[in-house]
Write a protein that binds this ligand. Structure first.
Ligand code: PAF
Length: 276
């Protein structure tokens, strides 16, 4: 496996490859990332994993400075998982000039976008740049970042990018907590409390699947329980899976998305609702 830090060296390394697969990451890899490597490797294309903590997608006061940088350990895990190239540029290499942001549809200002203004413009900008640098035939993103996946699929379609976007199911700890690089911020007591978010998503999804249609009441019950256990909720919201907009009462393809703070850690999760 090669570790490459510049776009020029990346282009050289990929010069002979007719097809490539890409996993964009911000590093601090966990078993969820390795599951992405395993899924995309079945496509048999030379595999590039990018590691770049993207300043453009962090807002003021967010965790950009403290986001763990663990390049050596990440490279070991990626090599063991069968990755061919790690592309780890620094910020000057990624953004050599003042950056023009990718412009996104209004949906990017909903849900996480409402609480992290400009976040998805930052994500889309860096992913579009990575797509242009690597020119992959296939790229993979996890469903844990449900809105991110939706926004990036939309961008790929809108710009006719010849890239197949694969989706990976969320990898969870045995108690249901979605694996995330940010779980490492949790204290022992918070780590014990954290699976409540997914339990409430499961409970809400079961109520909807059983035919309940008062989404607001279902969301309120979850919000109240989170509040009672010390969480600060950003949103717990039922959405139409096809648009990520609030659903019509009779909509059949639903997902529930949630984001909430536990102490100093912001956790996100989601669940797709089985058809009732
Ligand atoms: O999901 C992430 O880790 C990041 O948002 C991504 C897609 C690598 C862009 O920086």
């Amino acid at each position: 496996m090669r570790v490459i830090h510049t776009v020029a060296a990346l282009r050289d390394a990929l010069a002979g490859a007719t097809t490539t697969a890409l996993i964009p990451t911000m590093g601090n890899l966990h078993a969820g990332h390795i599951a992405l490597v395993e899924q995309i490797r079945t496509h048999g294309q030379p595999l590039v994993a990018s590691i770049f903590v993207n300043p453009l997608q962090f807002g003021a006061g967010e965790d950009f400075q403290r986001y763990p940088r663990t390049l050596a350990a990440d490279c070991e895990r990626l090599e063991a998982a069968g990755c061919d190239i790690v592309f780890a540029p620094d910020a000057d290499e990624m953004y050599p000039e003042p950056q023009t942001f990718q412009v996104l549809p209004p949906l990017a200002d909903e849900l996480c976008g409402a609480f992290r203004p400009g976040h998805f413009a930052g994500v889309a900008t860096v992913v579009l740049k990575l797509f242009n640098m690597v020119r992959p035939a296939t790229a993979i993103f996890g469903k844990k970042d449900y809105q991110q996946l939706f926004v990036l699929k939309g961008m790929t379609r809108q710009f006719n990018l010849p890239i197949r976007i694969l989706e990976a199911e969320t990898t969870r700890a045995a108690d249901g907590l979605a694996l995330s690089s940010r779980n490492g911020y949790l204290s022992a007591a918070e780590r014990e409390e954290a699976p409540r978010l997914y339990r409430l998503l499961q409970r809400a999804a079961a109520r909807i699947a059983a035919g309940e249609r008062d989404f607001a009441a279902i969301e309120r019950a979850a919000a109240d329980e989170l509040g009672a256990h010390g969480w600060r909720l950003d949103y717990f919201s039922t959405r139409d899976r096809r648009t990520l907009l609030p659903p019509a009462r009779e909509a059949g393809e639903l997902a529930i998305l949630a984001a909430a703070h536990l102490g100093n850690t912001r956790l996100i999760d989601n669940i797709e609702v089985a058809r009732g």
